[in-house]
Design a protein around this ligand. Structure first.
Ligand code: AMP
Ligand code: MG
Length: 403
């Protein structure tokens, strides 16, 4: 291509170009049950103070904090307070105590708790406190979050604890971005569905299944199309259908230099290409552009390559579109315990297994690293993030993306 289309650019440059053509977002309101792994479309504020009232964090006795008293100290039991909406205990004064359960509202007058293990109940009317009761066992109204406050801004990725927090804040439904429908179109005459008999020269189609898993992991809907033969007509018809029904298109295969790399040819002739090839190993052939106005990632055909390019380009693009930081892999430091082949000009992602030791995380490369070897990815814990030109010598500390 000599028409000025960006060619063989860094992963960062590629991502910037992709982000210029975001997918269309829609907002919907979903119940908390459906909110897991979604992204908040607006900031959510608390409808209540959390906790809504002063309460006990222990099963024990509520009483007044008396710094100068000596222990054991016998107090009169005035009643019992369970974790219920009703106040069953009277207010208390010095020398008095109320049996209290975890989460129960503090009786008026009480400001400290002694856990039951440190109390000796003498009879129905008296309890002996073996040590000083503690004010810090009282959970104060609003100490976690105040009404109208928020720590869940737009773009928050709803993890299980955050969904729980939304419930704590009093929300039954949440405004979230609709999941994007992401078309997955694999291409190649040699591809057969798993389960069919293979003729010589054929292989099982695997990319669409792996990519569908990644799309689901990213929080969106994978729409797997039957794989497309290496024919311009078939590919054109499938891309038209994908563009009409989906928000983003992922193709796999057909973007290299080969005679039958029709994705690239069709995108060149009838679509729009924003860049082709990026400095990443494995996975350098991808292209990005639009087909009938729909963002399209042309991912490489080699199974490891398509997976790696999804993680380094498609997933960050989807997160950026929603202004969210999750779901996202952890990046850690690890020491190479095997030499790893790096490259001069590409970000190099080799598959490593990780072992946690007293000296830190150790990274091994037990499998051969062909980009067609999906087993090397399936058995790996992480991918090396070797920057262009960075040494992959044994003993080097490097960044690793944990899968
Ligand atoms: P291509 O980019 O189309 O030349 O494909 C590169 C390599 O990946 C070839 O060995 C293909 O057979 C293989 N390949 C392409 N698509 C898939 C797929 N969907 N599943 C498994 N292997 C594939
Ligand atoms: Mg092919």
């Amino acid at each position: 291509m000599d028409d000025g289309t960006p060619y063989f650019i860094s992963v960062e440059e590629a991502l910037t170009l992709c982000n210029n053509t975001p997918p269309m977002l829609r907002v919907e309101h979903v119940s908390l049950d459906d909110a897991h792994n979604r992204v908040l479309a607006t900031t959510v504020v608390s409808t209540v103070n959390d906790p809504p009232f002063d309460n006990s964090s222990m099963d024990g006795f509520a009483c007044q904090h008396q710094p100068d008293a000596t222990y054991p100290l016998t107090l009169t039991i005035k009643g019992i307070q369970a974790a219920t909406g009703e106040h069953t205990a009277p207010s208390i004064g010095p020398g008095e105590a109320v049996r209290i359960m975890t989460g129960a509202p503090m009786p008026p007058g009480a400001d400290a708790i002694l856990p039951i293990e440190r109390c000796d109940v003498l009879n129905e009317r008296e309890v002996s406190l073996l040590e000083q009761p503690k004010p810090h066992f009282v959970r104060k109204e609003g100490e976690n979050l105040r009404k109208n406050e928020s720590n869940l801004p737009r773009g928050t990725h709803l993890t299980p604890s955050r969904v729980g927090l939304c419930a704590t804040m009093g929300h039954a439904t949440l405004p979230v971005y609709q999941r994007l429908n992401i078309a997955i179109v694999s291409t190649g005459d040699e591809l057969k569905p798993p389960g069919d008999a293979l003729k010589h020269g054929e292989i099982y189609e695997s990319n669409s299944y792996g990519l569908a898993g990644l799309v689901t992991w990213a929080g969106h809907n994978p729409i797997r199309f039957p794989s497309v033969s290496d024919s311009l007509e078939h590919l054109r018809a499938t891309l038209n259908e994908a563009a009409a029904t989906c928000d983003v298109i992922l193709t796999s295969g057909g973007v290299s230099m080969g005679e039958f790399d029709y994705v690239r040819r069709l995108m060149e002739e009838e679509g729009e290409i924003h860049f082709w090839r990026m400095k990443i190993r494995p996975g350098s052939p991808p292209l990005f552009g639009t087909w009938a106005g729909t963002p399209l990632f042309g991912l490489p055909g080699n199974p490891v390559s398509s997976h790696v390019v999804f993680r380094m380009l498609v997933a960050p693009y989807l997160r950026a579109a929603m202004g969210t930081d999750g779901p996202q892999e952890w990046r850690i430091r690890a020491r190479l315990c095997d030499p790893v082949k790096s490259t001069k000009d590409c970000l190099t992602l080799r598959r490593v297994t990780l072992v946690s030791t007293d000296e830190g995380m150790m990274a091994y490369q037990p499998k051969h690293q062909g980009s067609g070897n999906l087993d090397s990815l399936a058995t790996a814990h992480g991918l090396t993030l070797l920057q262009p030109g960075q040494s992959g010598e044994k003993g080097t500390w490097i960044d690793v993306l944990v899968l």
